[in-house]
Write a protein that binds this ligand. Structure first.
Ligand code: 3PG
Length: 353
C-alpha cells in the first residue's frame, strides 16, 4: 500500500528536488569551466604545483573578503575544529595537487576516466582499513569499474605514467578526505560553504612550502617567459598591433625604451599574452573555488552516496566537453572502457542503495 502524501509535503519535496537539481547543474557547469581553463593554463604553463596553490589562494581570498565585508557570516571556530580539519586538509591537498599534476601530463578526459574509479577505492579502503563489509552486488560492481578504467588506460593513445599515477593517488586521497570530512562535519554548526572555506585556507598553508620546494619562483619565472614567447605570436593579427599597442602598454605598465617596430611588436605580444594568461589563471582559480564550494553546499543537503553519484555524473560532462574542446583523439575501445567504468559506477550506486 502506498502511504498518503499531503499536498504540502509533495510541494516541499518538489522544492527540495528542484533545489538539489540547481545545485548539481551549477556544480557540473562550474566544474567544466574549471577543467577547460585549468588545461589551457597547464598547456601553456606546465607548473601544476603553482596553479593548484593559486586555486586555493583564490578561494581563501574570496572567502576572507566575504567574511570581512559580511557578505557571508564568518564561522565560529575553535582549536578543536582546526585540529579535526587538519587530516581533511592534508587529504584535500594531496588529492588536488595529484589531480593537477595528472592533468598536466595527460588529456583532461583521461584523468577523469581514471577518477571515475573513485568508488572502487572507497570500497577497498572501507573494507581493508575500516573493516566495513558490503553486500556482494557492491563488490561485483567493482568489476566493470576497475575493468573499464583498465581498458581505457591500456588503450589510451597518450598514456603517461605520472598522469596515470596522479589520478590514482587523487582517488585514494579523496576517499580519505570524504571519510574524514564526513566525520568532521557531523554535529558542527559550520555550514558547508564555510567548511570548504576553512579547508581551502588550511590546505593553502600546507601546499605553499611544497610548491616552492618542488617548483619554486625561478622555475615559474622562466616558464612564464617560455609560455609568452612560444604561443604569443600566434595570437596576434598584424593589423591590430599598431592600434592596440599604446593602450596595452599603458594597461600593463611596460616601460621599455622603444627603438624599432620590432620592439613594439615584442612588447605587444608580451603584454597581450600576459593579459591572456593572467585571465586564464584567474578563471581556473576562481572556478575551482566556486565548484568546490557549491559541491560542499550540496553535501549539506544530500547523503554522501547521492554526492558520489553526482560526482561521477559530473565526470561525464567533463570528459565529453574536454574531448570536444581540446579535440582529444579517442579510439573506440578507449571510449568503450570509459563507458564501462561509468556504467560500473552507476551499478555501484544502485547496489549500495
Ligand atoms: C582537483 O584539482 O582537485 C581536481 O581536478 C578535482 O577533482 P574532482 O573532480 O574530484 O573535484
Amino acid at each position: 500500500e502506498v502511504p498518503e502524501i499531503s499536498p504540502e509535503q509533495a510541494r516541499s519535496d518538489a522544492a527540495q528536488r528542484l533545489k538539489i537539481g540547481i545545485y548539481f547543474a551549477t556544480w557540473w557547469a562550474l566544474n567544466v569551466v574549471f577543467n577547460i581553463y585549468n588545461k589551457k593554463v597547464l598547456n601553456a604553463f606546465p607548473y601544476p604545483w603553482l596553479t593548484s596553490t593559486l586555486s586555493l589562494a583564490a578561494g581563501s581570498l574570496i572567502m576572507l573578503i566575504s567574511w570581512a565585508t559580511r557578505i557571508a557570516e564568518a564561522p565560529k571556530t575553535d582549536f578543536n575544529f582546526w585540529k579535526a580539519l587538519a587530516p581533511v586538509a592534508v587529504a584535500h591537498t594531496i588529492g588536488h595537487v595529484a589531480a593537477t599534476v595528472s592533468m598536466s601530463k595527460v588529456a583532461v578526459s583521461f584523468t577523469h576516466i581514471i577518477k571515475s574509479g573513485e568508488p572502487a577505492f572507497s570500497v577497498l579502503v572501507s573494507r581493508f582499513l575500516l573493516g566495513e563489509t558490503f553486500p556482494v552486488p557492491v563488490y561485483l560492481s567493482l568489476v566493470p569499474i576497475i575493468g573499464g578504467c583498465a581498458l581505457a588506460a591500456v588503450t589510451e593513445l597518450n598514456f603517461n605514467m605520472t598522469g596515470f599515477m596522479g589520478a590514482m593517488i587523487s582517488n585514494l586521497a579523496f576517499v580519505f578526505r570524504n571519510i574524514f570530512s564526513k566525520k568532521g562535519m557531523k554535529g558542527l554548526s559550520v555550514s558547508g560553504m564555510n567548511y570548504y572555506a576553512c579547508l581551502s585556507i588550511l590546505s593553502l598553508f600546507i601546499l605553499t612550502p611544497f610548491a616552492i620546494a618542488v617548483e619554486g619562483p625561478q622555475m615559474w619565472a622562466a616558464g612564464w617567459q617560455t609560455a609568452l614567447s612560444q604561443i604569443g605570436p600566434n595570437f596576434i593579427c598584424l593589423g591590430m598591433k599598431a592600434v592596440f599597442v599604446r593602450a596595452l602598454i599603458a594597461f600593463v605598465g611596460v616601460s621599455v625604451p622603444i627603438t624599432s617596430f620590432a620592439d613594439l611588436e615584442n612588447i605587444l605580444v608580451y603584454a597581450t599574452m600576459n593579459l591572456l594568461h593572467n585571465r586564464w589563471i584567474a578563471a581556473q582559480s576562481i572556478f575551482y573555488h566556486l565548484y568546490n564550494q557549491v559541491s560542499y553546499m550540496s553535501l549539506d543537503e544530500i547523503s554522501p552516496l547521492t554526492f558520489s553519484i553526482g560526482n561521477t555524473m559530473k565526470r561525464i560532462s567533463v570528459i565529453v566537453s574536454s574531448i570536444i574542446i581540446f579535440r582529444t583523439p579517442v579510439q573506440p575501445v578507449n571510449a568503450l572502457g570509459a563507458a564501462i567504468a561509468v556504467l560500473g559506477t552507476f551499478l555501484y550506486s544502485q547496489a549500495k542503495q
